[in-house]
Structure formats: structure tokens, C-alpha cells
Design a protein around this ligand. Structure first.
Ligand SMILES: C[S@@+](CC[C@H](N)C(=O)[O-])C[C@H]1O[C@@H](n2cnc3c(N)ncnc32)[C@H](O)[C@@H]1O
Length: 130
């Protein structure tokens, strides 16, 4: 909860935190209560592919190491619809930092996650999806 806590304490915002594992949400609720920000964080048990959120209603979506569960391109497409015009989508994603790498490494990661790609290929998705 460090990032959520930082945002909740530093900004006057309402945060909807989503996970499909209820136990993790219980941990979040108790940490939020200890940090004094329980009133700003709503922990919602839902699938990230079927978020109970009105399209065009969010100022920002922040997702660390999780959009891959939807697939990067699919996730960008789905989550973009939930943002207000000018809203921000911030995600971290498994990304190659070089143009080439040993074939063995490439094959391994491609088998684990077919959308593994370079930063420029990820930016191209953002551009395509507006
Ligand atoms: C790799 S963890 C990342 C967690 C955290 N953001 C971090 O950086 O440590 C992925 C998280 O996504 C959740 N998750 C995976 N698939 C999901 C789905 N379809 N809907 C909602 N949550 C999901 C998992 O329960 C897990 O908490």
C-alpha cells in the first residue's frame, strides 16, 4: 500500500482499489485504517476485466505489474474507456530494454507472455488506442 497510501494522504482523492482476491483486499483495508486513509480508499472485489466503473469517470488508472493479466493491448483498450478525457493511464509492464537479446531468453519470455515487447512497441499500442 505504499503508493496508495502516499496518494491517499497527499491528495484529496477517492481511490477505488481492485483485486479479485478478497484476502488481499482485507490486508489493504487494515493497512489503510492504520494509515488513517480508510475513508479515501474503497477496496473492491472485482475482475480487472469487468470493472464495476462507469465509462469516462476516472481521472487516473494506476496498475503495477498487473495489466498483463488482461494482455497489454486488451487492457489498454478496456481501461482507456473508463478514463475521463485527458485522464491518465499509468502501468508497469514487462518490457525489453534493448533492441535484441539472446534467442533463448527471447523464446523463454515469449512463451511466458506472448506480448513481451520493447518500450517502443508498448508506446505504439498507446498511440493506436489514442
Ligand atoms: C503480480 S501482482 C501485482 C500486485 C502489485 N500491484 C504489485 O506490484 O506488487 C498481480 C495482482 O493482480 C491480481 N489479479 C490478477 N488477475 C486479476 C483479475 N483478472 N482481476 C483482478 N485482479 C487480478 C492478483 O490477485 C494480484 O494481486
Amino acid at each position: 500500500m505504499p503508493v496508495l497510501g502516499f496518494i491517499a494522504k497527499g491528495l484529496d482523492v477517492h481511490i477505488v482499489a481492485v483485486d479479485f482476491l478478497p484476502d488481499l483486499l482485507d490486508v489493504l483495508r487494515s493497512r489503510a485504517a492504520r494509515a488513517g486513509v480508510a475513508d479515501r480508499i474503497e477496496a473492491v472485489n472485482a475482475s480487472m476485466g469487468a470493472l464495476p466503473i462507469e465509462p469516462g469517470s476516472l481521472d487516473a488508472i494506476w496498475s503495477e505489474g498487473a495489466i498483463y493479466n488482461l494482455g497489454f493491448e486488451n487492457g489498454v483498450r478496456q481501461w482507456r474507456r473508463l478514463l475521463k478525457p485527458g485522464g491518465i493511464l499509468a502501468v508497469s509492464e514487462l518490457t525489453w530494454l534493448t533492441a535484441s537479446r539472446p534467442a533463448e531468453l527471447e523464446e523463454h519470455w515469449h512463451a511466458q507472455y506472448a506480448e513481451v515487447g520493447t518500450a517502443s512497441s508498448k508506446l505504439a499500442v498507446f498511440e493506436r488506442k489514442g
